[in-house]
Design a protein around this ligand. Structure first.
Ligand code: SAM
Length: 226
């Protein structure tokens, strides 16, 4: 009986163009090194199953997208979405985003950094594992282009409030957070679901979908590099 190597993901289509391990990425991350062009590059940290990567790369074909997801299985699922939708402007990398952010991305490289619903690490002794932390926010500011944006959404009020306070102290150059609104489809194709109700929501990520369907409050902000 053949044995599958650890981490193998049984995809029905080739993920060769859409999935890499973080340590197989170029030592310097840029649109040129990843995609061979100079389009603006956006980074998502903790992509989960990749709904944001799929939608954003389809909506903005003029941009490139790198998603980094530590759980190989989710990275592969996200890559499968990108492959199925023939996205040539988006790839997934499996591994820890923090060393990548700290060491492999030059100053002023990214048009945007996205962190949606990061793991909350509730216990006090585990909070240092949070991906939005005093080091990562400094690097996020550093790698953003002028007027680039950092999007941070969560359903954990304590994480949200402590992150806002920490960013104000660690990276005051960001200025105050800018509230973001949930998206709705303003041009829906008429369907039973849309004819007699308000426009349907567009979920940015799977966790946003889950929170909204369960009426769990979501806290959304963006910071623009000034
Ligand atoms: C709660 S899930 C949210 C997934 C997705 N952003 C969403 O909103 O549906 C958080 C994700 O971040 C990933 N993650 C946690 N730490 C990470 C790290 N250091 N680098 C990359 N991904 C990470 C987890 O594996 C998990 O898939």
């Amino acid at each position: 009986m053949p044995r599958h190597p650890i981490n193998r993901y049984a995809s029905t289509i080739s993920l060769d163009h859409h999935l890499r391990m973080v340590d197989q990425l170029p030592s310097v991350i840029s649109s040129q090194t990843l995609f061979g062009n100079d389009a603006p590059l956006q980074l998502e940290i903790g992509s989960g199953k990749g709904l944001f990567m799929q939608n954003a790369s389809g909506k903005h074909p003029e941009h490139n997208f790198l998603g980094v997801e530590i759980a190989y299985k989710y990275a592969a699922q996200a890559a499968e979405r990108l492959a199925k939708h023939n996205r040539t402007n988006a790839i997934m990398a499996s591994g820890d985003a923090e060393p990548l952010l700290n060491k492999s991305i030059a100053d002023q490289t990214l048009a945007a950094v996205h962190i949606y619903f990061p793991d909350p690490w509730w216990k006090k002794r585990h909070k240092k594992r949070r991906v939005v932390n005093s080091q990562s926010v400094k690097h996020i500011y550093r790698v953003l282009e002028p007027s680039g944006s950092f999007h941070f959404w969560t359903d954990v009020l304590e994480y949200f409030e402590s992150a806002i306070e920490m960013i104000a102290a660690e990276v005051p150059q960001f200025g105050p957070p800018i509230p973001e609104e949930p998206e709705v489809d303003t041009n829906p194709i008429a369907t039973e679901a849309t004819t007699n109700l308000s426009p349907p929501p567009i979920y940015r990520t799977h966790f946003e979908r889950r929170s909204r369907l369960h009426q769990i409050p979501v806290y959304r902000v963006r910071y623009d590099k000034r």
